[in-house]
Design a protein around this ligand. Structure first.
Ligand code: MEV
Length: 423
């Protein structure tokens, strides 16, 4: 009999009953159900209130990036990732950067853009002028929605309107600029955009469809830069390698995507650990990288006159200290405490520094020994676990596979059998 994914009232059931249905549907074993039920430090009832149709949690390893010095202050960086080498690489890069005085950072005010799409206006250019002329009235209405944000100095500060050409003709796109202070701000911005839309329809005589935040958060940028002494990096030839790698990525979107992914390895690990919206950061970063028409990098490496390496990164960074899972997820709260940032701006700047560190580590390895040696020895442990190794056998099996340069599950099983016979 074919199975149906239509489960009436699934959302109303408690997680345990949902899990029983899934067990039946997918033929899960008791052990597998046990894993799902064992939610550890994210209790099932908290998870059940965070999202819908919950049946368990999926834990990720949480590690700490060490050696980071940013604007003269030391930070320990909580990083959640499933990828081996990321945390070790970030820590290694932060140590090299430390030798050159650490990271320096800056950021803009935490301003997000709310978009309001107006269609069916008689004359888009004229409607634009009408919106701009009504700016005070629109901003007042927007700010009435969030007195708390206003009391912290945030709120809708300005607006703009753009006429764009689309496949369905001209549209007027109104941009609300909202200072979100220490929140990521999606809720505040979306609420404001929805609230002012009837007014904008009245002013323009048009019809509003979409009212939503833009993840291309170009008004909320974070920047980090650093100098790495050539001796710390491994010599001037390595400096040259990183500079060549950077030029390659800047000129080639195929490489730029991977270059930027490397930086995101670090940024997203911290964003995940702290319960922030990592999709917003990915979307914003990549859209920014294509802002001038061709997809390129958001970081750059050059050689200075002493032969040392200089790097900088700049990208949108819409993160918050409040709202979303940041306060509800118990581990995210602890991660924030470890990180010790006092404002969303400080947090955004730390993320930029972590991205730069991660990017540096990847380019240094790629342009010298390659990443596979370091990567494989960590990856081998995963393969050993997949083959069934436990406890100290994990390292024994992994080491043997790396030595033999045969990091494969079938080989891991053979080694495991051999070791078991010896015991
Ligand atoms: C792997 O997760 C990330 C790298 O591919 C980044 C890069 O190529 O710059 C190593």
């Amino acid at each position: 009999m074919t199975k149906s994914s239509v489960i009436s009232g699934f959302y109303k059931l408690p997680p345990k009953e949902r899990l029983a249905i899934i067990k039946d549907f997918a033929g899960l074993t008791d052990e597998e159900v046990g894993f799902l039920e064992n939610t550890g430090s994210l209790p099932m009832d908290v998870a059940d209130h965070m999202v819908e149709n919950v049946i368990g949690v999926i834990p990720e390893p949480l590690g700490i990036g060490v050696n980071f010095q940013i604007n003269g202050k030391d930070y320990l960086i909580p990083m959640a990732t499933e990828e081996p080498s990321v945390i070790a690489a970030a820590s290694y890069a932060a140590k090299m950067v430390r030798d050159g005085g650490g990271f320096h950072t800056s950021s803009t005010a935490p301003v997000m853009i709310g978009q309001i799409q107006v269609v069916s206006v008689a004359h888009a250019g004229y409607a634009r002028t009408q919106v701009l002329d009504s700016k005070d009235e629109i901003l007042k209405k927007a700010n009435e929605q969030d007195p708390v944000l206003n009391s912290f100095g945030g709120g809708a500060k300005d607006l703009d309107a753009r006429v764009i050409e689309t496949s369905l003709g001209e549209m007027l796109i109104v941009h609300l600029y909202v200072d979100c202070r220490d929140a990521m701000g999606a809720n505040a911005v979306n609420t404001m955009a929805e609230a002012v839309s009837p007014m904008i329809e009245r002013i323009t005589g048009g019809h509003v469809y979409l009212r939503i935040i833009s993840n291309l958060a170009v008004k909320r940028m974070a920047k980090a830069w650093c100098t790495v002494p050539k001796e710390s990096l491994g010599g001037e030839a390595v400096v040259d390698g990183v500079v060549y790698a950077s030029a390659f990525a800047a000129a080639d979107p195929y490489r730029a995507a991977t270059h930027n992914k490397g930086a995101m390895n670090g940024i997203i690990a911290v964003v995940l650990a702290t319960g922030n919206d990592h999709r917003a950061i990915e979307a914003g970063g990549h859209a920014f990288a294509a802002f001038n028409g061709a997809y390129t990098t958001f970081s750059k490496w050059t050689k200075n006159k002493n032969g040392d390496l200089e790097g900088e990164i700049e990208l949108p960074m819409a993160v918050g200290l409040i709202g979303g899972a940041v306060k509800t997820h118990p581990i995210a709260r602890i991660a924030m405490k470890i990180l010790g940032v006092k404002s969303a701006n400080e947090f955004a700047e730390v993320l930029a520094a972590v991205g730069l560190a991660q990017n540096l580590a990847a380019l240094r390895a790629l342009s010298s020994e390659g990443i596979q040696r370091g990567h494989m020895s960590l990856h081998a442990r995963n393969i050993a676990i997949t083959a069934g190794a436990k406890g100290e056998l994990v390292d024994l099996v992994a080491e043997r596979m790396v030595k033999e340069r045969k990091v494969r599950v079938d080989r891991a099983k053979e080694v495991l059998d051999e070791l078991a016979k010896k015991q």
